[in-house]
Write a protein that binds this ligand. Structure first.
Ligand code: SAM
Length: 315
């Protein structure tokens, strides 16, 4: 994970590939919908000309503050706004551009968030079971979900978002535990998982269950589903959309969406002629998902599950 620096110990994933695929118009406009500590935006700024325009969005107020600090002094960076990317259509009027030569989505979590015990994302530190990207919202925290959802709902979260096989057993243990004492901290959840799962793959199991609750708390798949068509709308003709995902459900959603836009027509295969009239809006730039090199994976463990897909707008 590299040295801790002003980026909060966060190394941008597949950064050279993102710059190579996205920075095609040197004086163009670019939008990073998951700006985080600003690693990708900074690399883009360095590759672009002085009169390029860069904008960033993040749902996390701490990330926005850090990005503003890290990107200070870069003349191309025009605005960093706190909002969910799924609401970007309502803030775009605050930018100086309304369409973009490149849009980036780098999904998931930054090291800045993971390594802050107060955020409750990591089993490595003790902290409150919060896990919200937007701590100012009144949305339920991880503790709220863990202490109130039914056993089946908990099992579904752990199974679907954590891809964890013994999800039913873990959900049952949570429900049993909270009958005597609510689960409030990351250490309490960690200890319960370890006691229940009794696995030699402790790290993997903990990472999966914590990831599952993070995805559920932040409704990450719902936001992703909402942002993909919005992002395509905001890309200029000939511009590109790049998405880095870290979870198979996210990657599947991105792949399916891009393929659908490449195909255009949504008529059933049994129809002889198209009646939907939908035209293709994208062409793929990456044939298959781009993954991190072995060197990058060794230096930055977060990059191990990363998959980058890039598409170009054709209409
Ligand atoms: C992997 S980090 C981005 C890191 C950044 N690309 C870099 O390398 O410096 C993902 C970021 O997306 C943000 N995020 C997650 N869901 C979001 C949403 N719905 N809207 C906006 N930002 C979101 C997180 O707060 C986090 O800062």
């Amino acid at each position: 994970m590299g040295m801790k620096g002003s980026n909060g110990g966060h190394e941008p994933v597949l950064v050279q590939q993102v710059v190579r695929y996205l920075a095609t118009v040197l004086d163009g406009a670019y939008l990073d919908l998951t700006v985080g500590p600003g690693g990708h935006l900074k690399a883009l700024a360095q590759a672009l000309e002085q009169d390029a325009r860069l904008y960033g969005v993040d749902r996390d107020a701490a990330a926005v503050r850090l990005a503003q600090k890290n990107l200070q002094g870069l003349p191309q960076v025009k605005a960093i706004i706190r909002t969910s990317y799924s609401r970007v259509d309502s803030v775009v009027s605050e930018f100086g551009d309304t369409s973009f030569d490149g849009i980036l989505l780098d999904l998931g979590i930054s090291s800045l968030q993971l390594d802050d015990p107060r955020r409750g994302f990591s089993f490595r530190y003790d902290g409150p079971l919060d896990m919200r990207f937007d701590t100012g919202s009144d949305e339920p925290t991880a503790a709220d979900l863990i202490n109130t959802l039914g056993e089946n709902e908990l099992a579904n979260i752990i199974r679907n978002f954590g891809e964890q096989r013994n999800a039913g057993q873990l959900a049952r243990a949570i429900v049993r535990e909270r009958q005597s004492k609510m689960l409030r901290t990351t250490a309490e959840l960690r200890d319960l998982i370890l006691k229940t799962a009794k696995t030699s793959q402790e790290h993997k199991t903990l990472a999966r269950v914590f990831q599952a609750f993070r995805i559920a708390v932040n409704k990450e798949l719902e936001h992703l589903e909402a942002v993909l068509p919005m992002a395509v709308d905001l890309v200029s003709k000939g511009g590109r959309l790049a998405v880095i995902s870290y979870h198979s459900l996210e990657d599947r959603m991105v792949k399916r969406y891009m393929r659908q836009q490449v195909k255009g027509c949504v008529c059933p295969e049994t129809f002889d002629v198209c009646v939907c009239g939908r035209r293709p809006s994208l062409k793929m730039v990456t044939r298959r998902a781009v993954t991190a090199s072995p060197q990058e994976q060794q230096l930055n463990p977060r990059s191990r599950s990363a998959k980058l897909r890039v598409a170009e707008k054709i209409t």
